[in-house]
Design a protein around this ligand. Structure first.
Ligand code: TTP
Ligand code: MG
Length: 374
């Protein structure tokens, strides 16, 4: 989890913002690493175990998407739809390495760069280009360098702000380039479904749909007072978003709020040794990541999910900041022990370190929360 630092500046009148998102990122990196898989559907995620696997698809390449596969789909379902695919497990260190190299490629193209996730970034190119024609040339150059150096394709959107640039990058995937001038924003957004606007999740979408708002055009022409009555302050924000208004700045530096790891057991278990082994492994990984990024923690939270999906979290805040793995292990076991019973099987365990304090100079971070599922 990350939090912003720095103050938003006033919107400059001629902003040019570029959003880049790598195509099928984990799967594409695997394809580069395993050229023999080229052309085949590739799925990265949990082990399918011949259809009996219990985790999810992290991502899949566009070949696999033709079979209806997508991120977060249960791996057992993916197996039903596409048993002939190549199934690979998540190799996060590799993707993080590639991600860092790509960010380094991007940096010289921007006055400011905000990395949003492992495969996604905003670039403020306002002072790098004179007009959108130059912006197009710049985007094409970025695409060509990433393809040359990493053999990866990406999709790029360019617009007058982050909101429009992000929607534009998603507009033509994979390997897309969509440029929206500030004069065309309304026309570009109008026919799109409301859920394309960031921040409108499935529940909000349903509520909007139920009052007859399906497209962004429907939203922008809806009475703002009524929207405010239904959604409170969000109503106003939705209206602004529907007009493509977004003054948020590119934030270069982020401070993490927490580091965490989760683990889904292969089979639900109440075996103490297995549980302790996983707690130790998770603590090792979380404390290492905390340390590597120059932080110490004061709060440790454990999460436990039983086989019936009943979930508990329990925290302890220490009186001192530490980065000790041993302290994390001992505290986690102490927090978990009231929940460990021989008659209750566990499905998932999670460990989180929060209440962080900086030990060394702050670095930009990405991918701070990984879920494992074997
Ligand atoms: P995305 O950019 O959302 O997806 P993608 O790059 O695989 O595909 P697209 O071409 O649509 O951009 O996410 C980046 C990576 O994050 C993705 O490769 C794998 C990981 N991820 C998960 O592990 N679980 C998820 O549910 C999602 C959405 C992504
Ligand atoms: Mg992507």
């Amino acid at each position: 989890m990350l939090t912003k630092t720095g103050n938003d500046r006033n919107q400059t009148s001629h902003r040019v913002i570029l959003h880049i998102d790598l195509d099928a990122f984990f799967a594409s990196v695997e394809e580069v690493n395993h050229p023999e898989l080229k052309g085949r559907p590739i799925i990265v995620g949990a082990d399918p175990k011949q259809g009996k696997g219990r985790g999810v698809v992290s991502t899949c390449n566009y070949e696999a998407r033709k079979f209806g596969l997508h991120s977060a789909m249960p791996i057992s379902h993916a197996w039903k739809l596409c048993p002939q695919a190549a199934y690979l497990s998540v190799n996060m260190p590799l993707y993080e390495e590639v991600s860092k190299r790509i960010i380094n490629i991007l940096k010289p193209f921007a006055d400011r760069l905000e990395q949003v996730s492992i495969d996604e970034a905003f670039l403020d190119i306002s002072h790098k280009v004179a007009d959108l024609k130059e912006a197009k040339t710049l985007a094409e150059e970025i695409k060509s360098i990433i393809l040359d150096r990493e053999s990866l394709t990406c999709s790029i959107g360019i617009g007058p702000n982050k909101l429009v640039a992000k929607i534009a990058s998603d507009h033509r995937k994979p390997n897309g380039l969509t440029i929206v001038s500030k004069y065309d924003v309304k026309k570009f957004l109008a026919p799109l479904n409301v859920e394309e606007l960031g921040g409108i999740g499935s529940k909000t979408k349903e509520r909007l749909n139920s009052i007859g708002i399906k497209t962004i055009d429907d939203l922008s022409s809806y009475d703002i007072k009524e929207l405010k009555d239904i959604f409170g302050a969000w109503g106003e924000e939705f209206h602004r978003m529907a007009y493509g208004i977004d003054e948020s700045e590119i934030i270069e530096e982020w401070i993490p709020k927490s580091f965490s790891r989760e683990y889904t057991f292969d089979q639900d278990t109440s075996n103490f040794d297995k549980i302790k082994f996983i707690v130790n492994k998770l603590c090792q990984e979380v404390s290492l990541e905390t340390k590597e990024n120059g932080f110490s923690f004061r709060t440790i939270t454990v999460k436990i999910r039983y086989e019936n999906f009943e979930t508990h979290t329990h925290s302890k805040t220490l009186s001192f900041p530490t980065s000790s793995t041993e302290i994390m292990k001992n505290t986690s076991m102490m927090l978990l022990s009231p929940f460990l019973r021989s008659d209750r099987k566990i499905r998932l365990l999670g460990i989180r370190a929060s209440n962080l304090s900086e030990k060394v100079h702050q670095k930009t971070l990405e991918g701070t929360n990984h879920s494992y599922s074997l």
